[in-house]
Design a protein around this ligand. Sequence first.
Ligand code: UDP
Ligand code: MG
Length: 318
Amino acid sequence: MSDDLKKLLIVMPCYNEEEVLPQTMKVIGSLLKKLIKSKKVHPESKVCFVNDGSSDKTWALIKKATVKEKIFSGISLSRNFGHQKAIIAGMYDTDADLYVTIDADLQDDCSAIEKMLDKINDGCEIVYGVRDSRDTDTWFKKYSALAFYKLMKLLGVNIVYNHADFRMMTRRAVNTLKQFPERNLFLRAMMPLVGFKSDKVYYDRKARPAGETKYPLMKMMGFAWSGISSFSIVPLRLVTFMGFFICFLSLCFLCFIVYRWSVRGTIVGWASLVTIITIFSGVQLVSLGIIGEYLAKIFVEVKQRPLYIVDEKVGFND
Ligand code: UDP
Ligand code: MG
């Protein structure tokens, strides 16, 4: 009977989460036990905590939990690889029929997992968790996120509006994702590229119950830029357009100078010259910077360094 049921693995990236983990383990543990008991998932389903090079007691807590409860397992990475790669480690270094990825702070409502299961049973390969309300986010986070989704759309990147990294995927979807060799990961834009039948499940985003965000402003902006530059070449194209536009402006200016020279003789305007030089130098530097950013991406990609390195694994049967 249980052979028909799918083995679920709930992947949770954890970076210095000692404050929130005990609470998270209680909530996610009881949810998984409930799913197993009601025969919605295989009895060997597990939660997999991925320790992303934490410097606090996160890994010790995870190890202790795996000894106590067989539904818990853990992977410890050799250093901090970042949220996206920690998720990838949890999916690529394990074996399951179904995967859920969800943050360890439980800001995303894990009870949506049951609804996701229903969608999978309806034939979906990917189910996206979508935030219904962001009432608990700060004003800044709410509107900067909104602007980001809009900008991504404008730049031609297909991402699910208000979806972060809370999603369910079948083994097939994860295996397809493995065919994407890129090192610059931005999973929320990569999953729509995987395709297959997909759906959304809506939930309310809660406040972080304990601990602090691991995404301060600069890191968040870096992540947003990484998303844009990994999936859109529009900024590069803008540089080209800007180049043409500036050439056009210079031509107009040249005509103006020739006109002034022929009508009134040469009156050399120092101020206008300095202004033009400064503006164009700025534009050139920005353009070079943007090109450099893309070059840097290629630099990272060609090296093909491992996405993650596992230090230790606990709580797996094999
Ligand atoms: N995280 C991680 N590695 C990092 C940064 C964050 O594994 O380098 C994890 C973190 O433990 C959490 C998730 O990624 O489970 C999302 O982080 P956080 O909740 O701090 O982000 P926010 O919700 O504030 O955007
Ligand atoms: Mg969070």
